[in-house]
Write a protein that binds this ligand. Structure first.
Ligand code: WT7
Length: 647
């Protein structure tokens, strides 16, 4: 009855239909939305864009000069005004925009009026520091309200922000500051992690020894840790804010002006600066947030992602705030002080919409259901998943123990590059199957194709592509348009290549299988194998390195490294530890290899290409695939033996 495509699901298949009471009041109830958006996607997105505040509407919806898109050409808009100012002329101004709880249990509530004041003040601070339209501001912050304030302040004055996840190392931070040529860095003294203050400002100091573009650093006091303040460069946030005016005229931005840059790992050693612009991005995130999460005025919405990732940008900041939502923001870890911290927070704040990652769900599963069982989770009405394929066991556990079999689950497939969700069920309309993100959203054209770009038959696997432009798509790679063309638009004629493999089942449902390129998905975060390899070979003991992602029970994938050593260096457990630390220092803790295997030679083809496929088989303990192209089969024998030797 709620099956808009009239699919005859096989009786043995596990299909979860939207609950009638949910469907009856869902934001999207009419399945014909798929058809009409499919027939006229420009018209569909223009209707969605009209729900935002524009100073001037566009002259043309889409200018498509393959593969470069411009959306809402000629339109004038400001993202901050849409997320803040436009909620002030109704009762919403007194609604909580952000409810924050810090790891130590401290709380902050900012109404939209409060947010407007703080953002305006910080926008003036940035202006006083010389930041103008087009100047990049790097934000290296923990999950605290000031991070959101800094983002929106940048948007207010037309300064693109570039967030760097707080878990990244000083060197990774340096590379991102340099590439973006940031003028100002906003950071905090430190952040709380399981009761300890983890320094951030110190990493900024290290990074800035090599970043000439940075003129000022603004430091938020979070933990009270002692930090060094460079007199000519570093300023305290609270001191600047004391003097700042709360009146700041927003900049009228072009729809295609850059809203932000966000770096993500690719198949080469150098992270790509993904460029998102203002009008299209905001249209995409606002529309999808409203429809997929079925956002209602009185919802309390919690997205557990860090603002340093795209999920935080789109579904913690821009989408929900543009919709006038109440966003819950949490600084801490799920197991501190106890393993029920998340469930305690859901009970305490009566969270209604909860969006998290499969890696977290698997961790909760491992800890056991007694933790959520001890809390009142009855406020929840919808659950979301993002970051990697969700295995059916985790889906079912989430459904039963968190959703108490009442909440629809929206598994959302998307990427830093897509800006907003592309594949997900509309919860009032689409029956779900555990493990499948279901189908393209209205106005989005995702498909699964074979090597030649032809759609695969039902039941077959292939490559996940997107066939038409969409408003929140990346516009380019920062300062590197050629890389944009090569990475995304060269594999299949006229199609955007996602880097993912997928299967289409007999009902047309999409099952994302994971990356098919040299990108590893560790706990929902992207790590480029090339980045880890280049970190390893920088170490004086290492001659050559090959890095692969192997399946991991909790993280989805784990980084597995194979190395050969330089002449005269002997393998030892201390060296393995040292190499792991070296990678963590170079990139960040996320990239730390799970294991490092030393070998006298890496398996290569006769033309010298490393056969990662075999390394993966070895790491996952599988029977080896085709070894006929190996230059020296003895290499594999040795590695296999090593596998069998218990460490
Ligand atoms: C890659 C993008 C924007 C989400 C956060 C990660 C994988 C993401 C799903 C999902 C299967 C997923 C893909 C994608 N991925 N969501 N629901 N099902 N796979 O953003 O770092 O840009 O990574 O994450 O492999 O390509 P990202």
């Amino acid at each position: 009855m709620f099956n808009q495509k009239n699919i005859a699901f096989a009786p043995e298949e596990q299909v979860y239909y939207p609950d009638i009471s949910f469907s009856a009041r869902a934001n999207v109830r009419d399945a014909r939305i798929y058809d009409w958006a499919g027939m006229d996607y420009e018209g569909y997105w223009a209707e969605e864009a009209k729900k935002l505040h524009w100073y001037k509407t566009w002259d043309k919806v889409l200018e498509w000069q393959h593969p470069f898109a411009q959306w809402f050409v000629g339109g004038k808009i400001n993202a901050c005004v849409n997320c803040v100012d436009r909620h002030l002329d109704s009762w919403r101004r007194n609604k909580a925009a952000i409810i924050f709880e810090g790891e130590p249990g401290d709380q902050v509530v900012l109404t939209y009026q409060d947010l407007h004041r703080e953002v305006s003040k910080f926008a003036n601070v940035l202006k006083d520091l010389g930041v103008g339209k087009g100047d990049v501001v790097t934000i290296y912050m923990p999950m605290i309200p000031e991070a959101v304030i800094a983002m929106l302040a940048c948007a207010r004055i037309g300064a693109p922000h570039s967030l760097v996840f707080g878990g990244f190392s000083a060197e990774a931070l340096r590379d991102r500051i340099k590439d973006a040529a940031a003028k100002v860095v906003v950071t905090s003294d430190a952040c709380w992690r399981r009761g300890k203050a983890i320094p951030l400002k110190q990493n900024v100091d290290t990074a800035l020894t090599q970043c000439a573009s940075v003129e000022k650093v603004v430091v938020v006091q979070r933990t009270g840790s002692e930090v060094y303040m460079e007199p000519s460069r570093d300023l305290w946030y609270h001191e600047l804010m004391k003097k700042a005016s709360a009146v700041c005229e927003p900049a009228m931005m072009d729809a295609e002006d850059i809203l932000f840059i966000l770096y993500t790992s690719g198949t080469t050693g150098k992270p790509k600066g993904i460029v998102h612009t203002t009008g299209g991005y905001l249209t995409g995130v606002t529309s999808t947030h409203r429809n997929i999460f079925d956002l209602k005025e009185d919802d309390v919405y919690w997205c557990t992602a860090d603002i340093g990732w795209i999920t935080g940008h789109s579904y913690l900041v821009y989408g929900p705030l543009a919709n006038g939502a109440t966003v819950f923001m949490f600084e801490g870890a799920p197991d501190y002080p106890e393993r029920d911290r998340f469930w305690e927070l859901i009970e305490k704040y009566r969270i209604t919409l909860f969006y998290t990652a499969p890696t977290a769900i698997r961790l909760f599963m491992k800890w056991g259901e007694s933790y959520p069982a001890g809390r009142d989770l009855s406020s929840l009405r919808l659950l979301g998943s993002v970051g990697e394929p969700i295995n059916p066991e985790a889906w079912l556990w989430y459904h039963k123990h968190i959703g108490r079999e009442k909440c629809p689950i929206v598994d959302t497939w998307w990427q830093t590059e897509t800006g907003s969700v592309m594949v997900a069920p509309l919860p009032g309309l689409v029956p779900t199957k555990p493990g499948s993100a279901t189908m393209s959203l209205p106005g989005v054209f995702v498909d699964v194709v074979d090597e030649l770009g032809q759609p695969v038959k039902a039941g077959e696997s292939g490559y996940l592509v997107i066939k038409k432009p969409w408003p929140s798509m990346l516009r380019t790679v920062y300062k590197d348009p050629q890389r944009y063309v090569d990475t995304y638009w060269s594999r299949f004629e006229g199609m955007y290549f996602t880097g993912d493999g997928a299967r289409r089942d007999k009902d047309g449902y999409i099952w994302v299988l994971g990356r098919v390129d040299d990108v590893i998905n560790v706990s929902g975060h992207r790590i480029g194998t090339a980045e880890v390899e280049s970190a390893l070979v920088e170490h004086p003991a290492v001659a050559e390195a090959a890095v692969i992602g192997r399946s991991h029970e909790l993280k989805g994938q784990a980084v597995s490294a194979f190395v050969t050593l330089r002449e005269g260096i002997a393998w030892a457990p201390e060296l393995e530890k040292d190499l792991k630390n070296h990678v963590a220092k170079k990139i960040g803790g996320l990239a730390r290899p799970e294991e490092i295997i030393c070998t006298w030679e890496l398996p290569k083809t006769r033309s010298g290409k490393i056969m990662r496929r075999l390394l993966k088989d070895i790491a996952e303990g599988r029977v080896l695939g085709d070894t006929s192209t190996l230059a020296d089969p003895a290499v594999i024998n040795q590695l296999m033996q090593q596998r069998l030797t218990p460490k």
